[in-house]
Design a protein around this ligand. Structure first.
Ligand code: NAP
Length: 265
């Protein structure tokens, strides 16, 4: 059974114009699902929409929406006007790299809104409808930074831990209802967002940088089978060492030291 047969006709990807979000949308389109693409910039969304429509003969709807708005979920719903969403991927995230104290309270709360409050609202809204139908799926993007304190990524890391725990909890609550939930925990992935940060290699415990398509492929293989997963063998190994072998203190120190070196802080 493919994803369309299992969950239904339409997938929504929030944060879809490039990187991992575009890879998710492409993978879902290849399964024959109609797609709702969401991001702030219309042009890249439309380019992707044209490509997917031509290649897979599906319907694609583009919605421009700033997911940091407190009414983002209502705005999306007004545009969709009750249309059924069978599978939802919340991929968008805002990350500030640098000392916590150098960033404004406004920026921190904007990150909390994009990374936590909007996915929470969207999961509540679309999850309820999926439960009523007895089928559906939710993917929340998380990060290896969310496994322990991550100096210089503090707010981002904390929001990613939130998504991990939310997805795993809902996986448990909904596992017999026909609605699958998974936390997709990515390590470094070669997206425009990642490349724009110009990270330097740190040498220690740095696994291979994955392609966005690898992340999306692996996620749909694991969806319905487990509450969360880490992308790629190298990331799983690094995580095993950090979480199971090193002390918590050591893991927090390594994470902070690596980020400091990567971004020359
Ligand atoms: N790349 C990595 O190395 C890495 C590692 C671990 C985890 N992750 C996670 O994977 C996910 C995707 O990462 P990525 O590197 O692919 O991100 P990205 O390249 O920065 O792309 C993010 C997508 O979200 C959209 N977006 C960002 N802010 C938005 C907002 N306020 N409202 C609406 N749309 C917004 C962007 O389009 P617009 O700019 O047009 O809005 C873009 O389509 C994130 O959740 C991230 O935490 C990534």
């Amino acid at each position: 059974m493919n994803l369309k047969q299992k969950y239904g006709n339409t997938a929504l990807v929030a944060g879809a114009s490039e990187g991992i979000g575009a890879a998710f949308a492409t993978r879902l389109a290849a399964e024959g699902m109609d797609i709702v693409l969401i991001a702030r910039r219309l042009e890249p969304l439309q380019q992707l929409a044209d490509l997917l429509k031509n290649k897979y003969n599906i319907n694609v709807r583009c919605i421009t929406c700033d997911l940091s708005g407190t009414n983002a979920t209502q705005q999306i719903e007004e545009e969709l006007n009750g249309r059924e969403i069978s599978l939802m991927v919340y991929n968008a995230a805002l990350s500030y790299i640098g000392p916590f104290i150098n960033n404004s309270a406004e920026n921190h709360s904007q990150a909390a809104q994009v990374n936590m409050m909007t996915p929470l609202n969207m999961v509540q809204f679309y999850g309820e409808k999926m439960l009523a139908r007895g089928k559906g799926a939710v993917v929340l993007m998380t990060s290896m930074a969310g496994f322990q304190g991550s100096g210089y990524l503090s707010v981002y890391a904390a929001t990613k831990a939130f998504n991990m725990i939310l997805a795993e909890s809902l996986w448990y609550e909904w596992k017999t209802s026909g609605v699958d939930v998974i936390a997709c925990c990515a390590g470094a992935t070669a997206t425009p967002g990642y490349k724009n940060t110009h990270p330097e290699k740190t040498g220690f415990l740095t696994p291979r940088v994955l392609d966005p398509e690898e992340v999306a492929d692996e996620c749909f293989k694991k969806l319905g089978k487990q509450p969360s997963f880490i992308t790629g063998r190298g990331n799983r190994l690094a995580s095993f060492v950090m979480q199971k072998i090193f002390s918590r203190k050591m893991a927090v120190n390594i994470m902070g030291d690596n980020t400091r070196k990567m971004y020359r802080l």
